[in-house]
Design a protein around this ligand. Structure first.
Ligand code: SF4
Length: 297
């Protein structure tokens, strides 16, 4: 989207606006360029590429959501093929914001192919069936009702979170690669990685607690609580604050492990970046906490 930015800026300038383009990296709708906007005294932020996630009180934010229309013939072909490949009848359907405009059509096609489709609204997300790397509740909420999940969209970033937090067979329909894959087996791999991280962290004495200042990732209260809870299990925590974490930088801190209160995907996507120093999610930390606490009592 940064490639498109100059074009949008020119259009807005023609309308008489002074336009500042955020050159900071942007990872999602959690990552509104608020600090930049305040510094340049902007009156409005236009955020491209994501749907609204959080309420920003300080300044008006307009969201320009992405929309990808898959050609009807291809859509029909993919859903028919997926319906034949997936032997389950009750399907939990999830997608990302780019495909929401075709959700109704996708559901209809599945129904015509004999499937029963279940969807839900997430906690952080605003649209039916929409999942994010940090909110897969549109999947977990319907898990009891379905026999399998289908994610419609490209890449593994979104479905991976839903795969890890559910226990049903999981399929991906990728309209860009024009293929249907079952990714259920990947779940075991991530569970093993998670167990290994917890095991290494159980030996750690000092922890860096990652706190991001991004508006939708700022979880200071959680971080402070973790610091207190670390003391209860005889460990020491240090609060590490940044907007975007640079893993080369944080690897210089002499701590044995990290606990991440920012984007929950950091530990999954970047987990291997710091050698022998696991990055635990908040859930993984509390799993370890319970384990060590029960041993002590
Ligand atoms: S917190 Fe992470 S997964 Fe959630 S919107 Fe931000 S970048 Fe995406």
């Amino acid at each position: 989207l940064k490639k498109e930015a100059l074009k949008y800026a020119k259009e807005l300038e023609k309308e008489g606006n002074e336009v500042f383009i955020s050159a900071s990296p942007c990872f999602g709708a959690c990552d509104i360029a608020l600090e930049e906007a305040k510094k340049v005294e902007a009156e409005k932020i236009i955020h491209f590429g994501h749907s609204k996630l959080i309420d920003i009180k300080e300044i008006e934010v307009e969201y320009v959501e992405p929309k990808i229309e898959i050609e009807k013939e291809l859509l029909n072909q993919l859903i028919t093929e997926a319906s034949q490949k997936i032997r389950f009848k009750k399907i939990g359907l999830v997608t990302n914001v780019s495909h929401i405009s075709q959700l109704k059509e996708i559901k209809e096609l599945f129904k015509r192919n004999g499937k029963e489709i279940f969807t839900a609204n997430g906690e952080r997300t605003k649209k039916e069936a929409q999942i994010l790397g940090c909110d897969v509740s549109a999947a977990t909420k319907i898990e009891k009702e379905v026999e399998a999940f289908v994610y419609f969209g490209g890449g593994l970033f979104h479905p991976l979170g839903a795969l890890i937090l559910t226990n049903k067979p999981f399929f991906v329909i990728d309209p860009f690669q024009r293929k249907i894959d079952e990714i259920t087996n990947l779940r075991e791999k991530y569970k093993k990685i998670s167990n290994a991280k917890i095991s290494i962290a159980s030996q750690a004495k000092t922890f860096g607690i990652l706190v991001s200042t991004k508006p939708g990732q700022f979880n200071l209260e959680k971080a402070l609580k973790i610091k207190e809870d670390l003391k209860k299990i005889g460990k020491e925590g240090f609060l590490l604050v940044a907007n975007t974490f640079d893993f080369n930088e944080i690897s210089n801190f002499e701590v044995d492990a990290f606990i991440n209160t920012a984007c929950p995907r950091i530990g999954i996507e970047e987990g291997e970046r710091i050698k022998n120093k696991p990055i635990l999610s908040v859930e993984e930390f509390y799993f370890l906490f319970k384990l060590l606490n029960s041993k002590d009592s």
